[in-house]
Design a protein around this ligand. Structure first.
Ligand code: NAD
Length: 291
């Protein structure tokens, strides 16, 4: 009996930060990959980012040039959604905007066969809502990679209310074939990791604002006391204060659970232009640090 590769042809919609990484991961597993973006320039930038990452792997001796060329040779860039017709799996990794995603998903569902599985890499939108954009939503789920997709080992498989259990099982097999660890989670704001992370970060900001301890001491204590790699305030600087504020506000709007309400200090900092590492002003970086 031959071992047929499941999802032999993967399509990735969106060749940005996540799409280019996900395309690489799928191509590294030996699959044919088609990457779609809105124009040739963005497609080329995405594949260029994948090539640059692979060049780094060659420099570090992780792969040789023949392997790099073989991986890149399995990735094809396109700008016409009709070119996704033969895909067994479509991974939507386009801009985080509900209207854009719904329109892509509806279009893709018409182009690929009824048997093709369609997933979204959304971080904050409801997978159950997005599933309603697709014909036959039992074949739809969330497949949430972390950034950078090439390196982060965990991938959340988000089962919407409509998702068929067999689809979840096949996606778990796919993630394992990428050399990553699948976790299956219900469709809750933030799924699993961010669902639990957001209240923690919000609590820390509230306690810091109440004067519990300095920013440095809060990070040192939680880092060393719990064995975390990063303290919560430096993690917020890394994530981006605006990004966290947006995600937790979306979760609050969806649940009305006060643990997701964005802390007043965080909202003030975002309004004042303190965005974290990306502009050098945050809790642990720049002039606001340790105040
Ligand atoms: P990005 O802005 O880097 O890339 C998005 C790409 O989608 C762009 O190249 C854009 O041109 C393309 N696009 C927009 N409309 C399109 C269309 N109609 N057809 C084809 N392509 C289209 O964004 P990103 O950071 O890669 O995020 C993509 C998705 O992944 C989002 O849903 C985001 O929430 C999620 N996500 C992001 C991260 C992260 O840390 N960046 C982590 C996990 C999940």
């Amino acid at each position: 009996m031959t071992n047929k590769v499941d999802f032999a042809h993967v399509a990735v919609v969106g060749a940005g930060t996540m799409g280019s990484g996900i395309a690489q991961v799928a191509a590294q597993s030996g699959r044919q990959v088609t990457v779609l973006d809105v124009d040739a320039d963005r497609v080329a930038r995405g594949i260029g980012a994948t090539a640059a990452f692979l060049d780094g792997s060659v420099t570090r001796g992780k792969i040789d040039t023949a392997e790099r060329d073989a991986i890149l040779g399995r990735i094809k860039g396109v700008t016409d959604v009709g070119d996704l017709a033969g895909a067994d799996l479509v991974i939507e990794a386009a801009t985080e905007n509900q209207a854009i995603k719904r329109s892509i998903l509806a279009e893709v569902a018409e182009v690929v066969g009824e048997a093709a599985v369609i997933v979204t890499n959304t971080s904050a939108l409801s997978v159950t809502d997005l599933a309603t954009a697709v014909t036959n939503p039992t074949r739809f789920a969330g497949l949430h990679f972390f950034n950078p997709a090439q390196l982060m080992r965990v991938v959340e498989i988000v089962a919407a209310l409509q998702t068929d259990e067999a689809v979840v099982d096949r996606l778990a097999g796919l993630v394992a074939s990428f050399g990553k660890d699948p976790v299956v989670v219900k469709d809750r704001p933030g799924f699993l990791v961010n669902h639990l992370l957001m209240p923690y970060l919000n609590d820390v900001v509230r306690e810091y604002d109440d004067g519990l301890a300095s920013a440095d001491d809060i990070d040192t204590a939680l880092k060393l006391g719990l064995g975390y790699k990063l303290g919560p305030l430096e993690l917020l600087d890394l994530i981006g204060l605006d990004v966290h504020d947006h995600a937790t506000t979306c979760a609050y709007e969806a649940t009305q659970d006060p643990c997701y309400a964005s802390p007043p200090l965080l909202r003030q900092m975002v309004a004042a232009g303190f965005l974290g590492n990306k502009n050098g002003r945050g809790f642990r970086v720049g002039e606001a640090g340790s105040r």
